[in-house]
Ligand binder design. Sequence first.
Ligand code: ADP
Ligand code: ADP
Length: 229
Amino acid sequence: EVLISLSDISKTYIMGEVKVEALKATSLEIYQGELLVILGPSGSGKSTLLNLIGGIDTPTSGQMLFGKALLSNGREKDLTRYRRQEVGFVFQFYNLIADLTAAENVALAAELVAEPLAVDDVLRDVNLWERRDHFPSQLSGGEQQRVAIARAMVKSPRLLLCDEPTGALDFETGKMVLRLLRDIQKNQASTVIIVTHNTAIADIADRVLRMRSGSVAEIIINENPLPPE
Ligand code: ADP
Ligand code: ADP
């Protein structure tokens, strides 16, 4: 079942005289419940594609559907609702609020949606119950990323978007975070999209999309995705 479809979506950044075609007319369907990994070198348009899918950014042209709803209708209100209710974001550098505790960071996100999960349950799911009253500066990178994942998951989003989620973590910690993301995809039937330049992460994906110079160079279907050990 198709969750999101992009038709001829493009994004051009204009800086004075300079135009950057970050994404060239791209068509793509994203399926309910899949784990999609987006690979490609730096500057190939991965983050641009992810930000468009997440409604953080709007396309220069083209059409984007969420289920049957048209997201590329130019109405900021619809896009904001979609981004808040349906999408969870996980970033490389966690983007936690420094003067809120782990639990408060998660609770703040819960306030944005109509039917959040219980903050305590989500903190237990990411194995951070004991650390719930710690501030980000008192947590390791892996723990901070787990808070960020909890903050995304408390909204019970249809779509979890992760931009280099292991980019700031050591190898073992990164694997733990990937395992958690895979568990979320499997257990909550969430659609998970991971942007990375780490080709090793492709092994856990249902599909791998390779970007090159603002275009989708290829899509590979992985019949037997491997668990991250
Ligand atoms: P990736 O995530 O693969 O590294 P990006 O999507 O971040 O690639 O960038 C694609 C291209 O768009 C690059 O040339 C980048 O410099 C440019 N770009 C990205 N964001 C902006 C922006 N806000 N303003 C101007 N150019 C941008
Ligand atoms: P990059 O990976 O391209 O260096 P980030 O992953 O930090 O950058 O952010 C990607 C995009 O998401 C940026 O356009 C940024 O403005 C936006 N962004 C960053 N943090 C948040 C947040 N907490 N909520 C919503 N959007 C955010």
